[in-house]
Design a protein around this ligand. Sequence first.
Ligand code: NAG
Ligand code: NAG
Ligand code: NAG
Ligand code: NAG
Ligand code: NAG
Ligand code: NAG
Length: 784
Amino acid sequence: MAKAFRYSAILLCVVIVLLFSGSEQLQSSQGETLLRIQRLLNYPSALSSWNSSIDFCNSEPNASVTVVCYEQIITQLHIIGNKGTPLLPRNFSIDSFVTTLVGLPNLKVLTLVSLGLWGPLPGKLARLSSLEILNVSSNFLYDAVPSELSSLTGLQSLVLEDNMFAGEVPNWIGSLPILSVLSLRKNMLNGSLPDALSDLEDLRVLALSHNYFKGEVPDLSSLANLQVLDLEDNAFGPQFPQLGNKLVSLVLSKNKFRDGLPAEVTSYYQLQRLDLSNNKFVGPFPQSLLSLPSLTYLNVADNKFTGMLFENQSCSAQLEFVDLSSNLMTGHLPNCLLQDSRKKALYAGNCLATGDQNQHPISICRNEALAVGILPERKTRKASKAIIAFGVIGGVVGGIALVGLIYLAVRKVKSRNAFKKPTTRLIAENASTGYPSKLLSDARYISQTMKLGALGLPAYRTFSLEEVEEATNNFDTSAFMGEGSQGQMYRGQLKDGSFVAIRCLKMKRSHSTQNFMQHIELISKLRHRHLVSALGHCFECYLDDSSVSRIFLVFEYVPNGTLRSWISGGHARQKLHWTNRIAAAIGVAKGIQFLHTGIVPGVYSNNLKITDVLLDQNLVAKISSYNLPLLAENKGMVGHGTSSGASKDHSLGTRINQDEKVDVYDFGLILLEILVGRSLTSRNEVDVLKDQLQASITSDDAARRSLVDPAVQRVCSEQSLKTLMEICARCLLKNPADRPSIEDILWNLQFAAQVQDPGRGDSQSSEGSPVTPDQRPPLHITIH
Ligand SMILES: *[C@@H]1O[C@H](CO)[C@@H](O)[C@H](O)[C@H]1NC(C)=O
Ligand SMILES: *[C@@H]1O[C@H](CO)[C@@H](O)[C@H](O)[C@H]1NC(C)=O
Ligand SMILES: *[C@@H]1O[C@H](CO)[C@@H](O)[C@H](O)[C@H]1NC(C)=O
Ligand SMILES: *[C@@H]1O[C@H](CO)[C@@H](O)[C@H](O)[C@H]1NC(C)=O
Ligand SMILES: *[C@@H]1O[C@H](CO)[C@@H](O)[C@H](O)[C@H]1NC(C)=O
Ligand SMILES: *[C@@H]1O[C@H](CO)[C@@H](O)[C@H](O)[C@H]1NC(C)=O
């Protein structure tokens, strides 16, 4: 009976929402513009349901069409046709099309993908002066990129992929002040790149693959935020580009790079993907690349890398794919590649002594190594023995030399960080002049980079109330897990057998489902390896006025307890070892980084606690409770950004900046507990510890160890402990501005993992300890 009643309530709720959501009508001229666009595009099937009686602002978005309005003015338009859509007919005029488009003058986001658009892109597109994201991928646009676009000073993403644009990359590109994504992949652009690219300080993604570019890549080392560089399939070279060391993905394959790799490459601690295949690289292959802590994909196939590989070389725990094929390497494939079935390794076409993939006799590699001239040509024949010897031991000597250089790189980065503003800053300040909630609706734009951190979770979906009830056995008390500021939590099991955690949020009256859709969409995009991610949601409505009574958010279930229970929980459970503690801290920091910069605007003030960090079966840390935008909504803060409790006279920019540092402080508390290994409950206790920590940093190793959890006291290396203590102390500084950025934190944590020596009896150190004892640098890091 009760169930039947519930259903009719929901049904009624849906009907009422449908009836009333159309009450506010879109300004009619904009509706006409959309209908004209439909006609100019020759009535594509994606727009089949558009007609004069449709309420565009309240129509349900789907994968091919989305219209977003802010106060009944269209701010976003996405039309995505079928892949492989042919050219529009002869009577199509790109000029009339763009003339029509500029009838939507408030557009901030414009996506017109796979629609068969053809012709030269008219410069008058720049009349859309509020544009922040422009994506016209997979059409047939040709000729030069119009120079008028240089006036779009708010542009953050310019995506012209998969068209037929020709000519050179214009110099004015450097004058777009906040450009963060530039993708010109798959066009017919040529010439060499302008030096002006190095002015794009905010650039995160630069994708230029599959064009006809040539020549040296300009110096990009000033682009401190560059995370993705894709130059595949051009004719760049011969010198390896100069780059900052924040790179996450670096693809240089199918070019004309010829010189050796610079030592800095082994300091790219955040690098996940490195593809150097199909070039002409010479010189010793720095095998320490294999142990870069974040690396998952390494491809150096089809080059002329020389050098000897050693069985005892360690590999990054993350590494999944390695291709060393068709080079001139000798020695033995590292055991870590052979013995770990999760790592796929290809190495045919070298001169390795390792058996089962086709190898050349060692003389071939030696002769060819001589032929490609590892050393300058003026060396006489006498030197040839030395050359071979270099080829053979190059890996080892090179490795040691590289570590020294890493040290230099560390210092350089640290001093640079001291002056560099955090990445989010400009976006934040931009937001202060705009409309927070408008920006909020743009939050769906998660950069490609950040997606690299996403997991193989099922697609986000809507759950039915019935499903939620069944999963929790009708919210049985045995399924109840707890209650916090973010509602009650229930454990559940879905029909397919998978476990989920269901958060139940009671809503104040008066909001319809429509009010929540933007937030739900944001939540659906908050997916990351280090966040407990949402799988879907379900609305329950009041019978009388159709407003939402409860929202159920269905999350992935993380089975292995809280981080606290592994550190200081006093359970019978084994305490977490040192390297796993660092790995957990790195995980939390990556989760925070994603919340801050993975989406625009970021999610701040997450009130992070060690009890809200969960570990999964592989001890991967996941933040389970972050600042869900729905909660702000519930407190009556609709449309005021994501931050809570901020006073009106603060600009949004300053607020976000402070909120960012609030999370850094909370992270410091988590790190402190990880270090000392006991629950920290009072403010006073924290203050006392903080002072002790600060004092011990300048004292000796013994003093520092005396502060640390006895369970790990003897296994942590001196440098790794000191690095962690220093970063922890900085996170807890009183003045938010003095606290480090999340990038700085991450860098230091990864460094601490790197210098932790696996030989100290830390038996769980299967990951994150790639530096071998004799390579450990004798270094010091100073705090700023
Ligand atoms: C273009 O021509 C087609 C017929 O080939 C016609 O159906 C369509 O309406 C024309 N479109 C425009 C914008 O004139
Ligand atoms: C507009 O489309 C809807 C369905 O998408 C249909 O019910 C309605 O009759 C159409 N109106 C007109 C005027 O064609
Ligand atoms: C998406 O929505 C548009 C109108 O908003 C409609 O014409 C189209 O058929 C829908 N596409 C899918 C795949 O549902
Ligand atoms: C451009 O839009 C298409 C369709 O939404 C999307 O698949 C693609 O990832 C976008 N490109 C970029 C670089 O954001
Ligand atoms: C680049 O392409 C344009 C047009 O396709 C051509 O006119 C020009 O000569 C090319 N420039 C170079 C440097 O090849
Ligand atoms: C690896 O083995 C080689 C010789 O087999 C040896 O010279 C080198 O010191 C070893 N390296 C480490 C880190 O154990």
